[in-house]
Design a protein around this ligand. Structure first.
Ligand SMILES: Nc1ncnc2c1ncn2[C@@H]1O[C@H](COP(=O)(O)OP(=O)(O)OP(=O)(O)O)[C@@H](O)[C@H]1O
Ligand SMILES: [Mg+2]
Length: 366
């Protein structure tokens, strides 16, 4: 066993590949205070492996996790498997893991008013210059939100009698935004829970009727974390399928805000304790300014030479000879490099201790 692996480390994620006696592989928990990029083609096992790491973080650290979960993959993170070792099962069972799902028992809600005006405007496709009057009306409306009862925003705007309020009502109605189940209006928001610093907050972005609602939820959470950055609470912000929220070419105003915010957190968040873990299939699908700030790399199977070249260029600390092995990786195998591992290593990921939210659909065999 390599003496540098395992001694100063604590997150046991699997075994070192090609080690004779299944030498445990560890990541350094204290180096999660950097941004991490997790990459691999579809089906390589990223989400499963991410779950293995997050379980270890829950077991061995007090680092609060905020998980933006686009496919409802982590909604069972508090559901320990029967075959998990008893001590781990007991420890995980005692962790404060809060799962918020659209329309669920613990509904995912956001107070629209809490979002910065720019983000509110982006949600309703308002431009501060092109739609100056409506934008301004929205600004003036902010103080009234606490007095507007659930789902009565449109009638409230109409009742004002002002032409500009009527136009705003029309816009909200046409976009269907006022009817979104996402809005908490005066009620409790998922950000209130995040502020209580549970061990993990799972934000299930998967169950919304429209993509717009899902994106607005993600934007509200990230806005909140960024707005409160001065509190300097160390947090790991996990974004699976990060290309959804941090595209290099965002089109809609909300997507532009999302990319802008994630790039900003990537550039400046570290010192405020906002640490990103971005997972995606191809490096080119995530904004390069977010990627270039990642000091930790986890690479699973990746057969595209172009993608591997790009990774080699961005992540100079990952040895080329190990990167080249990636097309041959079996599911669950990964290269780890960067600050969070004592030395670049090939790893066979261990088993999950908790249940996966969504597993692959099997082909029905006759
Ligand atoms: N190490 C593993 N052991 C057992 N099953 C695994 C392992 N890794 C992945 N799987 C299974 O393989 C399937 C695909 O894995 P996963 O969803 O993690 O892939 P992915 O890389 O996240 O793919 P995508 O990019 O499409 O989201 C899942 O059903 C998962 O349960
Ligand atoms: Mg996945």
């Amino acid at each position: 066993m390599s003496p540098s692996v395992g001694v100063m480390a604590d997150l046991r994620i699997g075994t070192l590949l090609e080690s004779e006696e299944h030498t445990p592989a560890h990541l350094l928990a204290k180096r999660l205070n950097r941004h991490t990029f997790w990459c691999g083609q579809s089906g390589s096992g990223k989400t499963y492996a991410l779950g293995v790491l997050l379980e270890q973080v829950l077991l061995h650290t007090r680092l609060p996790l905020v998980i933006l979960d686009p496919n409802s993959d982590f909604v069972k993170l508090s559901d320990v498997r029967q075959d998990a070792p008893v001590d781990a099962a007991d420890a995980l069972g005692s962790r404060d893991i809060r799962v918020f799902r659209p329309g669920g028992d613990n509904p995912l809600k956001i107070r629209m008013l809490d979002m910065p005006l720019r983000s509110q405007a982006a949600v309703v496709h308002l431009d501060p210059i092109l739609d100056a009057e409506e934008y301004n009306a929205m600004l003036s409306l902010a103080t009234e939100y606490p007095r507007i009862k659930d789902h009565h925003l449109v009638p409230h705007l109409r009742a004002s009698g002002a032409e500009v309020m009527h136009r705003l009502a029309l816009r909200l109605e046409n976009l269907g935004v006022a009817e979104w189940g996402l809005w908490a209006w005066g009620g409790r928001s998922v950000t209130d829970d995040i502020d209580e610093r549970p061990d993990a907050t799972v934000v299930d972005l998967g169950g919304f009727a429209t993509q717009a609602e899902s994106r607005a939820a993600a934007l509200a959470v990230l806005d909140h974390l960024w707005t409160h950055r001065e509190e300097r609470v160390g947090r790991l912000i996990v974004i699976d399928e990060a290309h959804n929220l941090c595209s290099p070419d965002p089109v809609s105003a909300v997507d532009q805000r999302l990319t802008e915010l994630i790039v900003q957190i990537a550039a400046e968040g570290r010192k405020y304790g906002l640490w990103l873990l971005l997972s995606t299939q191809r490096p080119s699908k995530v904004h390069p300014n977010a990627l270039s700030q990642c000091d930790n790399l986890a690479l699973m199977r990746m057969s595209s030479p172009r993608d591997l070249d790009e990774l080699a260029e961005i992540f100079g600390y990952a040895p080329g000879a190990l990167l080249e092995r990636s097309p041959m990786f079996a599911q669950g195998q990964a290269l780890f490099a960067g600050g969070f591992i004592a030395q670049p290593s090939l790893v066979q990921m261990g088993d999950r201790l908790t249940h996966e939210g969504g597993i692959d659909v099997p082909v029905p065999i006759r």
